[in-house]
Design a protein around this ligand. Sequence first.
Ligand code: ATP
Ligand code: MG
Length: 274
Amino acid sequence: MPEQRRRAVPVRGPRSPGVAPRREVAERAPRPPPAGDTIIKVEDLRVFYGAVQVLKGINFEVREGEVVAIIGSNGAGKTTTLKTVSGVSELLKSVRGKVTILGNRVESWPAHRIARLGVAHVPEGRKIFPNQSVRDNLLLGAFGRKDSEVDKDIDEQCRRFPILGERRMQPGGLLSGGEQQMLAVARALMSRPKVILFDEPSMGLAPLIVKQIFDIVRQLHEEGRTILLVEQMAFQALEIADRAYVLENGTITLEGTGRELLENPRIKEAYLGA
Ligand SMILES: Nc1ncnc2c1ncn2[C@@H]1O[C@H](COP(=O)(O)OP(=O)(O)OP(=O)(O)O)[C@@H](O)[C@H]1O
Ligand SMILES: [Mg+2]
Protein backbone atom coordinates (compact mmCIF):
# COMPACT_ATOMS: atom_id res chain seq x y z
CA MET A 1 0.00 0.00 0.00
CA PRO A 2 1.49 3.38 -0.92
CA GLU A 3 2.90 5.30 1.98
CA GLN A 4 0.53 8.25 1.74
CA ARG A 5 -2.60 6.06 2.04
CA ARG A 6 -1.39 4.75 5.38
CA ARG A 7 -0.61 8.17 6.74
CA ALA A 8 -3.24 9.68 8.99
CA VAL A 9 -4.11 13.06 7.58
CA PRO A 10 -5.04 15.48 10.34
CA VAL A 11 -7.93 17.85 9.94
CA ARG A 12 -6.09 21.11 9.70
CA GLY A 13 -7.19 24.28 11.39
CA PRO A 14 -8.20 26.98 10.98
CA ARG A 15 -10.57 25.30 8.62
CA SER A 16 -11.59 26.92 5.39
CA PRO A 17 -15.08 28.41 5.51
CA GLY A 18 -15.85 26.66 2.21
CA VAL A 19 -14.79 23.13 3.06
CA ALA A 20 -16.66 20.75 5.32
CA PRO A 21 -14.57 18.68 7.74
CA ARG A 22 -13.16 15.69 5.94
CA ARG A 23 -13.83 13.29 8.79
CA GLU A 24 -17.61 13.47 8.26
CA VAL A 25 -17.40 12.15 4.73
CA ALA A 26 -14.64 9.65 5.43
CA GLU A 27 -16.73 8.04 8.17
CA ARG A 28 -19.71 7.63 5.90
CA ALA A 29 -17.76 6.13 3.02
CA PRO A 30 -14.99 3.72 3.94
CA ARG A 31 -12.22 3.40 1.41
CA PRO A 32 -12.14 0.40 -0.89
CA PRO A 33 -8.87 -1.47 -1.25
CA PRO A 34 -6.37 0.46 -3.41
CA ALA A 35 -5.59 -0.10 -7.07
CA GLY A 36 -8.50 -2.19 -8.28
CA ASP A 37 -9.62 -2.74 -11.86
CA THR A 38 -8.28 -0.62 -14.67
CA ILE A 39 -10.59 2.32 -15.28
CA ILE A 40 -8.57 4.20 -17.92
CA LYS A 41 -5.87 2.76 -20.14
CA VAL A 42 -4.08 4.88 -22.70
CA GLU A 43 -1.79 3.19 -25.20
CA ASP A 44 0.53 4.81 -27.74
CA LEU A 45 -1.64 7.93 -27.76
CA ARG A 46 -0.65 10.38 -30.46
CA VAL A 47 -2.52 13.65 -30.91
CA PHE A 48 -2.03 16.16 -33.69
CA TYR A 49 -3.35 19.67 -34.17
CA GLY A 50 -3.11 19.92 -37.94
CA ALA A 51 0.46 18.97 -38.78
CA VAL A 52 1.74 19.61 -35.26
CA GLN A 53 2.12 16.54 -33.06
CA VAL A 54 1.40 17.41 -29.44
CA LEU A 55 1.29 13.91 -27.85
CA LYS A 56 3.96 11.58 -29.16
CA GLY A 57 2.86 8.11 -28.16
CA ILE A 58 2.04 8.17 -24.45
CA ASN A 59 1.02 5.25 -22.25
CA PHE A 60 -0.56 5.37 -18.84
CA GLU A 61 -3.31 3.82 -16.79
CA VAL A 62 -5.57 4.66 -13.89
CA ARG A 63 -6.92 1.94 -11.64
CA GLU A 64 -9.93 2.02 -9.38
CA GLY A 65 -9.36 4.00 -6.20
CA GLU A 66 -6.09 5.56 -7.36
CA VAL A 67 -5.05 9.16 -7.62
CA VAL A 68 -2.81 9.29 -10.67
CA ALA A 69 -1.01 12.55 -11.44
CA ILE A 70 0.49 13.71 -14.69
CA ILE A 71 2.88 16.53 -14.04
CA GLY A 72 4.42 18.74 -16.66
CA SER A 73 5.16 22.34 -17.45
CA ASN A 74 3.38 24.79 -19.77
CA GLY A 75 2.55 23.33 -23.13
CA ALA A 76 3.65 19.78 -22.23
CA GLY A 77 0.32 18.39 -23.42
CA LYS A 78 -1.54 17.90 -20.11
CA THR A 79 -4.82 19.51 -21.17
CA THR A 80 -4.66 17.77 -24.55
CA THR A 81 -4.31 14.45 -22.71
CA LEU A 82 -7.36 15.05 -20.50
CA LYS A 83 -9.47 16.42 -23.33
CA THR A 84 -8.63 13.36 -25.40
CA VAL A 85 -9.59 11.00 -22.58
CA SER A 86 -12.92 12.77 -22.10
CA GLY A 87 -13.61 13.15 -25.82
CA VAL A 88 -13.56 16.95 -26.13
CA SER A 89 -13.28 17.56 -29.87
CA GLU A 90 -11.33 20.47 -31.27
CA LEU A 91 -10.77 21.96 -34.66
CA LEU A 92 -7.86 20.34 -36.52
CA LYS A 93 -7.40 17.69 -33.82
CA SER A 94 -6.71 14.10 -34.79
CA VAL A 95 -6.16 11.17 -32.46
CA ARG A 96 -4.22 7.91 -32.98
CA GLY A 97 -3.63 5.08 -30.55
CA LYS A 98 -5.94 3.58 -27.98
CA VAL A 99 -8.00 5.05 -25.15
CA THR A 100 -9.89 2.38 -23.20
CA ILE A 101 -12.30 3.38 -20.45
CA LEU A 102 -14.01 0.64 -18.43
CA GLY A 103 -13.32 -1.79 -21.25
CA ASN A 104 -14.64 0.47 -24.04
CA ARG A 105 -12.45 1.74 -26.88
CA VAL A 106 -13.49 5.40 -26.83
CA GLU A 107 -11.02 7.37 -28.92
CA SER A 108 -13.68 8.10 -31.55
CA TRP A 109 -16.53 8.66 -29.10
CA PRO A 110 -18.03 12.14 -28.54
CA ALA A 111 -17.71 13.71 -25.10
CA HIS A 112 -21.33 13.15 -24.05
CA ARG A 113 -21.03 9.41 -24.69
CA ILE A 114 -17.81 9.18 -22.68
CA ALA A 115 -19.42 11.20 -19.90
CA ARG A 116 -22.19 8.59 -19.75
CA LEU A 117 -19.58 5.95 -18.90
CA GLY A 118 -18.98 7.86 -15.67
CA VAL A 119 -16.16 10.22 -16.62
CA ALA A 120 -16.39 13.72 -15.10
CA HIS A 121 -13.99 16.43 -16.27
CA VAL A 122 -13.15 19.41 -14.06
CA PRO A 123 -11.73 21.60 -16.81
CA GLU A 124 -8.83 23.99 -16.83
CA GLY A 125 -10.04 27.38 -15.62
CA ARG A 126 -13.15 25.81 -13.93
CA LYS A 127 -15.55 26.90 -16.75
CA ILE A 128 -18.56 27.33 -14.54
CA PHE A 129 -21.50 29.27 -15.98
CA PRO A 130 -21.13 32.71 -14.38
CA ASN A 131 -24.65 33.96 -15.05
CA GLN A 132 -26.36 30.80 -13.83
CA SER A 133 -27.02 30.29 -10.16
CA VAL A 134 -24.85 27.97 -8.11
CA ARG A 135 -27.78 25.57 -7.98
CA ASP A 136 -28.24 25.62 -11.76
CA ASN A 137 -24.52 25.01 -12.24
CA LEU A 138 -24.89 21.94 -10.03
CA LEU A 139 -27.97 20.82 -11.95
CA LEU A 140 -25.96 21.00 -15.17
CA GLY A 141 -23.59 18.48 -13.64
CA ALA A 142 -26.53 16.12 -13.22
CA PHE A 143 -27.56 16.48 -16.88
CA GLY A 144 -28.42 13.06 -18.25
CA ARG A 145 -29.27 11.55 -14.88
CA LYS A 146 -32.71 10.01 -14.75
CA ASP A 147 -32.95 9.11 -11.08
CA SER A 148 -34.91 11.03 -8.46
CA GLU A 149 -31.99 11.84 -6.17
CA VAL A 150 -30.64 14.95 -7.86
CA ASP A 151 -32.00 17.33 -5.20
CA LYS A 152 -30.59 15.10 -2.49
CA ASP A 153 -27.18 15.23 -4.17
CA ILE A 154 -27.35 19.04 -4.42
CA ASP A 155 -27.95 19.12 -0.68
CA GLU A 156 -25.01 16.78 -0.18
CA GLN A 157 -22.68 19.00 -2.20
CA CYS A 158 -23.89 22.01 -0.21
CA ARG A 159 -22.96 20.18 2.98
CA ARG A 160 -19.58 19.24 1.55
CA PHE A 161 -18.96 22.83 0.44
CA PRO A 162 -21.01 25.01 2.81
CA ILE A 163 -20.21 28.14 0.81
CA LEU A 164 -22.17 26.68 -2.11
CA GLY A 165 -25.14 26.20 0.19
CA GLU A 166 -24.95 29.79 1.37
CA ARG A 167 -24.75 31.07 -2.21
CA ARG A 168 -27.07 28.51 -3.74
CA MET A 169 -29.28 31.05 -5.55
CA GLN A 170 -26.54 33.56 -6.44
CA PRO A 171 -24.85 33.65 -9.84
CA GLY A 172 -21.80 31.39 -9.92
CA GLY A 173 -19.74 34.25 -11.31
CA LEU A 174 -19.93 36.08 -7.97
CA LEU A 175 -17.93 33.34 -6.25
CA SER A 176 -14.20 33.79 -5.70
CA GLY A 177 -11.76 31.76 -7.79
CA GLY A 178 -11.34 29.11 -5.10
CA GLU A 179 -15.09 28.91 -4.53
CA GLN A 180 -15.65 28.55 -8.28
CA GLN A 181 -13.18 25.67 -8.23
CA MET A 182 -15.26 24.08 -5.46
CA LEU A 183 -18.35 24.59 -7.62
CA ALA A 184 -16.59 22.93 -10.54
CA VAL A 185 -15.69 19.96 -8.33
CA ALA A 186 -19.21 19.74 -6.92
CA ARG A 187 -20.66 19.94 -10.43
CA ALA A 188 -18.47 17.01 -11.45
CA LEU A 189 -19.61 15.01 -8.41
CA MET A 190 -23.25 15.64 -9.35
CA SER A 191 -22.84 13.20 -12.23
CA ARG A 192 -21.95 10.44 -9.73
CA PRO A 193 -18.78 9.75 -11.68
CA LYS A 194 -16.65 6.61 -11.68
CA VAL A 195 -13.55 8.67 -12.41
CA ILE A 196 -12.82 12.40 -12.10
CA LEU A 197 -10.35 14.20 -14.35
CA PHE A 198 -8.85 17.36 -12.82
CA ASP A 199 -7.09 19.85 -15.10
CA GLU A 200 -4.80 22.07 -13.02
CA PRO A 201 -7.22 22.79 -10.19
CA SER A 202 -4.59 25.06 -8.62
CA MET A 203 -4.40 27.42 -11.58
CA GLY A 204 -4.53 31.10 -10.69
CA LEU A 205 -5.24 30.54 -6.98
CA ALA A 206 -3.40 31.93 -3.95
CA PRO A 207 -1.23 29.44 -2.00
CA LEU A 208 -3.70 29.03 0.90
CA ILE A 209 -6.52 28.33 -1.53
CA VAL A 210 -4.33 25.92 -3.50
CA LYS A 211 -3.82 23.99 -0.29
CA GLN A 212 -7.58 23.83 0.27
CA ILE A 213 -8.14 22.56 -3.24
CA PHE A 214 -5.53 19.82 -2.82
CA ASP A 215 -7.14 18.95 0.51
CA ILE A 216 -10.39 18.44 -1.38
CA VAL A 217 -8.69 16.11 -3.85
CA ARG A 218 -7.13 14.25 -0.93
CA GLN A 219 -10.53 13.92 0.70
CA LEU A 220 -12.05 12.54 -2.49
CA HIS A 221 -9.19 10.03 -2.55
CA GLU A 222 -9.97 9.03 1.01
CA GLU A 223 -13.55 8.38 -0.05
CA GLY A 224 -12.16 5.86 -2.50
CA ARG A 225 -12.75 7.86 -5.65
CA THR A 226 -10.68 7.38 -8.76
CA ILE A 227 -8.86 10.51 -9.92
CA LEU A 228 -6.64 11.54 -12.82
CA LEU A 229 -5.02 14.86 -12.01
CA VAL A 230 -2.84 16.95 -14.32
CA GLU A 231 -0.80 19.67 -12.67
CA GLN A 232 2.10 22.04 -13.00
CA MET A 233 2.36 22.19 -9.22
CA ALA A 234 4.49 19.08 -9.06
CA PHE A 235 5.13 18.95 -5.32
CA GLN A 236 1.49 19.17 -4.29
CA ALA A 237 0.39 16.73 -6.97
CA LEU A 238 3.07 14.15 -6.15
CA GLU A 239 2.30 14.40 -2.46
CA ILE A 240 -1.26 13.18 -3.00
CA ALA A 241 -0.66 10.84 -5.95
CA ASP A 242 -0.45 7.08 -5.59
CA ARG A 243 1.34 7.01 -8.93
CA ALA A 244 2.50 9.71 -11.28
CA TYR A 245 3.87 10.32 -14.75
CA VAL A 246 6.07 13.14 -15.97
CA LEU A 247 4.99 14.58 -19.31
CA GLU A 248 7.59 16.58 -21.19
CA ASN A 249 6.97 17.95 -24.63
CA GLY A 250 4.36 15.31 -25.45
CA THR A 251 6.35 12.35 -24.11
CA ILE A 252 6.18 10.54 -20.77
CA THR A 253 9.75 10.60 -19.52
CA LEU A 254 9.36 9.13 -16.05
CA GLU A 255 6.84 7.26 -13.97
CA GLY A 256 6.66 5.91 -10.46
CA THR A 257 4.85 6.27 -7.18
CA GLY A 258 4.27 9.82 -6.00
CA ARG A 259 6.88 9.27 -3.33
CA GLU A 260 9.47 7.89 -5.75
CA LEU A 261 9.11 10.90 -7.99
CA LEU A 262 9.25 13.31 -5.05
CA GLU A 263 12.61 11.82 -4.16
CA ASN A 264 13.93 11.59 -7.72
CA PRO A 265 16.91 13.96 -8.10
CA ARG A 266 15.96 14.95 -11.64
CA ILE A 267 12.41 15.81 -10.55
CA LYS A 268 13.72 17.69 -7.55
CA GLU A 269 15.92 19.79 -9.76
CA ALA A 270 13.50 20.38 -12.63
CA TYR A 271 10.16 20.66 -10.84
CA LEU A 272 10.64 21.07 -7.11
CA GLY A 273 13.16 23.89 -7.11
CA ALA A 274 15.75 21.87 -5.17
N1 ATP B 1 -6.77 23.56 -30.08
C1 ATP B 1 -5.45 23.65 -30.34
N2 ATP B 1 -5.00 23.91 -31.59
C2 ATP B 1 -3.68 23.99 -31.85
N3 ATP B 1 -2.70 23.80 -30.93
C3 ATP B 1 -3.10 23.53 -29.68
C4 ATP B 1 -4.48 23.44 -29.30
N4 ATP B 1 -4.54 23.18 -27.98
C5 ATP B 1 -3.29 23.07 -27.55
N5 ATP B 1 -2.41 23.29 -28.56
C6 ATP B 1 -0.95 23.25 -28.44
O1 ATP B 1 -0.60 21.96 -27.94
C7 ATP B 1 0.47 22.07 -27.03
C8 ATP B 1 0.05 21.43 -25.72
O2 ATP B 1 -0.98 22.21 -25.15
P1 ATP B 1 -1.76 21.79 -23.83
O3 ATP B 1 -2.81 22.81 -23.62
O4 ATP B 1 -2.17 20.38 -23.92
O5 ATP B 1 -0.60 21.92 -22.77
P2 ATP B 1 -0.65 21.97 -21.16
O6 ATP B 1 0.38 21.00 -20.70
O7 ATP B 1 -2.04 21.77 -20.70
O8 ATP B 1 -0.15 23.44 -20.85
P3 ATP B 1 -0.58 24.46 -19.66
O9 ATP B 1 0.19 24.03 -18.44
O10 ATP B 1 -0.14 25.78 -20.16
O11 ATP B 1 -2.06 24.35 -19.47
C9 ATP B 1 0.82 23.53 -26.92
O12 ATP B 1 1.90 23.77 -27.77
C10 ATP B 1 -0.42 24.22 -27.43
O13 ATP B 1 -0.12 25.44 -28.02
MG1 MG C 1 -3.34 22.92 -19.65
